[in-house]
Design a protein around this ligand. Structure first.
Ligand code: FAD
Ligand code: NAP
Length: 543
């Protein structure tokens, strides 16, 4: 109790200079805090929300769940934790994942170092003091030697900017900022804008409750049945009995997922019958591992077409109304936008109370008092749901007005797209690290695998600085340029580069089109990061 009081005193004392301030208490911020505390550093976490969990705190929309299997979408750093926690579903629900995040916070006694309800709105480097000065939206000030941004890649919501939103008299909600009290759709007419992963999860659940659901689709997305189910004890025990082996496999897997069995053959090197059998097998197994069936689905148009056509035919088989089925059948390459995993998504369009509208043939003009006005119609709704995604990878960082050395401003520097060394550090911003920042595998992987790798690298780097008596570490400009070019060059060789996805920032009007995550896979990335550290932080200037 005494020490609890002491910590909260520290949190409220603006004269304290922390060794490290971490912004964000999602899975990244919590693990960073835990690791830094173990080394005895004085750490403070600043978090906008009232609780831990990040993504799983904010995204409480109906149907929200993970699409990396829970046994793998979880921390690996503590054998005790992974042995004692029991996942109940193959793909767990948001409440279950949030429960896990809260369990971790309690089990490792993290809360006392986290200041909740504190949104960081300004971050400035004081060159003379070699300290970061952070200010909250409530004008509180915090100082530290190191600053770690654990602010998330999919945490800054794409705010709805539709004309007339203020005129609309019904209720509206954003999937990524869902009310804690839930939303009662029963007997209501509902409109939902968007057909990405969030909408694909929410639509079947809302449809079951609402009187009528109208879906506004701009781009059809590929979705694979999740084939979610309750986990049985024997399979949980089976995984637990060789958990460390599975985690090691995950770290050496391109996507950070041990269960993902990637095919090594070209889709074009096998007969059509073999190929169809393999696609059917993966379809029946469920989950986004579908596109890993063959080695070239992500790189060859022809190979990609075989997988895309298989899914399109499944949509045509499932959806009874031919016109709706054709609208739902995507025309771009599969896997270019993030592949979705669903429970009864396409089946939902067979319900009498669900209508699909194509925003391209009848564009949305804005909101009016009754609902949504398109070029041709006005659709009246009791509730509108915006499932329109996030200002991914850069949004959260750029919303904090970060100023580094010589007054350099991150927003200005990134106006032509993000530049970073390894997605971990930026030139001009000494002693600052980003967890799963742009330029790292991040969103192209099981985020838990990537978060743990970054946290451990940053922990080791800060320890190196402490032990060596160094005061400043900063990415060199040449290293940053080299890495940013590498990220671009690797992405160019993939089909992911070719469509209007959030990976390239195309979902946000005016955002510079640049492929943000590192598409080379986890193993070479990890190897590169390790080598940098082993060579005395090659590409960094240390003073
Ligand atoms: P977040 O969980 O986003 O946490 C960032 C935290 O920083 C938030 O709590 C936020 O409030 C806080 N923050 C941000 N800015 C500020 C500020 N200025 N001041 C104070 N606090 C701030 N990944 C997978 O690998 N598998 C999945 O199945 C999967 N499912 C997903 C489902 C949804 C609905 C979404 C949106 C994402 C999903 N992701 C998934 C990606 C997911 O974001 C990561 O897996 C992971 O949860 C990210 O953790 P994080 O701590 O890095 O970021
Ligand atoms: P998203 O994938 O960006 O989807 C947003 C949807 O809204 C798209 O269909 C988009 O159309 C549409 N849209 C955006 N602005 C619009 C406008 N002005 N008018 C009409 N339509 C508009 O966002 P998300 O669904 O929230 O998912 C984001 C990411 O979060 C996912 O890719 C995934 O990484 C993660 N996630 C994972 C899960 C999971 O299954 N575990 C669930 C949810 C989210 P366009 O395609 O034409 O831009």
């Amino acid at each position: 109790m005494t020490s609890l009081k002491l910590e909260s005193d520290l949190i409220n004392n603006s004269t304290v200079v922390y060794d490290v301030i971490v912004v964000g208490a999602g899975f990244a911020g919590m693990y960073m805090l835990h690791e830094l505390r173990k080394t005895g550093l004085n750490v403070l976490v600043l978090e906008e929300a009232t609780g831990v969990g990040g993504t799983w705190y904010w995204n409480r929309y109906p149907g929200a769940r993970c699409d990396v299997e829970s046994m793998e979408y979880s921390y690996s750093f503590s054998e005790e934790l992974q042995q004692e926690w029991n996942w109940r579903h193959r793909f767990s629900t948001q409440p279950e994942i949030l429960e896990y995040a809260n369990h971790v916070a309690d089990r490792f006694d993290l809360r006392r170092y986290i200041k909740f309800q504190t949104r960081v709105s300004s971050v400035r480097y004081d060159q003379n003091k070699q300290q970061w000065l952070l200010k909250s939206s409530m004008k509180e000030e915090f100082q530290s030697r190191f600053c770690v941004m654990a602010t998330g890649t999919l945490s800054s919501v794409n705010e709805p900017k539709f004309n007339g939103i203020k005129d609309y008299q019904g209720d509206w909600y954003i999937t990524g900022r869902w009310p804690h009290s839930g939303v009662d759709f029963s007997g209501k007419t509902v409109g939902i804008i968007g057909t990405g992963s969030s909408a694909v999860q929410a639509i079947p659940v809302i449809a079951k409750e609402a009187k009528h659901l109208t879906v506004f689709q701009r781009t059809a997305n590929y979705s694979i049945p999740a084939k979610n189910r309750s986990l049985i004890n024997s399979e949980v025990e089976g995984v637990k009995s060789r958990y460390s082996e599975i985690r090691t496999e995950a770290r050496s897997n391109r996507a950070g997922i041990a269960f993902l069995k990637a095919g090594i053959d070209s889709a074009l090197s096998v007969s059509e019958t073999t190929r169809t059998q393999e696609y059917q097998r993966r379809w029946d197994e469920g989950g986004t591992g579908f596109t890993a069936a063959y080695s070239d689905i992500g790189t060859s148009d022809k190979a990609n077409f075989t997988a895309a056509e298989f899914v399109r035919n499944k949509i045509r088989e499932t959806v009874q109304n031919t016109e709706t089925a054709e609208l739902l059948a995507p025309t771009n390459t599969i896997g270019c936008k993030r592949l979705c995993a669903d429970t009864d998504y396409y089946e939902t369009y067979n319900r009498a109370n669900v209508t699909l509208l194509d925003v391209n043939s009848d564009p949305i003009q804005g909101l009016v008092e009754e609902g949504i006005q398109t070029e041709k119609n006005i659709y009246a709704f009791d509730i509108i749901v915006f499932a329109i995604g996030f200002d991914a990878m850069t949004g959260a960082l750029l919303s904090m007005n970060i100023t580094g050395k010589d007054g350099c401003n991150l927003k200005e520097i990134w106006s032509e797209g993000p530049k970073s060394y390894l997605g971990l550090s930026m030139f001009g911003f000494p002693n600052m690290f980003t967890i799963t920042g742009p330029g790292s595998p991040s969103v192209l992987s099981n985020m838990m695998t990537s978060i743990e790798q970054h946290v451990e690298w940053i922990r080791d780097c800060i320890n190196y600085m402490e032990l060596g008596g160094h005061s400043e570490i900063e990415a060199e400009l040449a290293a940053e340029e080299y890495w940013t070019n590498q990220v671009e060059e690797i992405a160019r060789n993939t089909l992911r580069y070719t469509c209007n996805s959030w990976y390239v920032g195309a979902n946000i009007p005016g955002k510079k089109r640049i492929f943000m995550p590192y598409a080379g896979g986890i193993p070479p990335y990890r190897e590169y990061c390790d080598e940098v550290a082993q060579n005395g932080y090659d590409g960094f200037k240390i003073s």
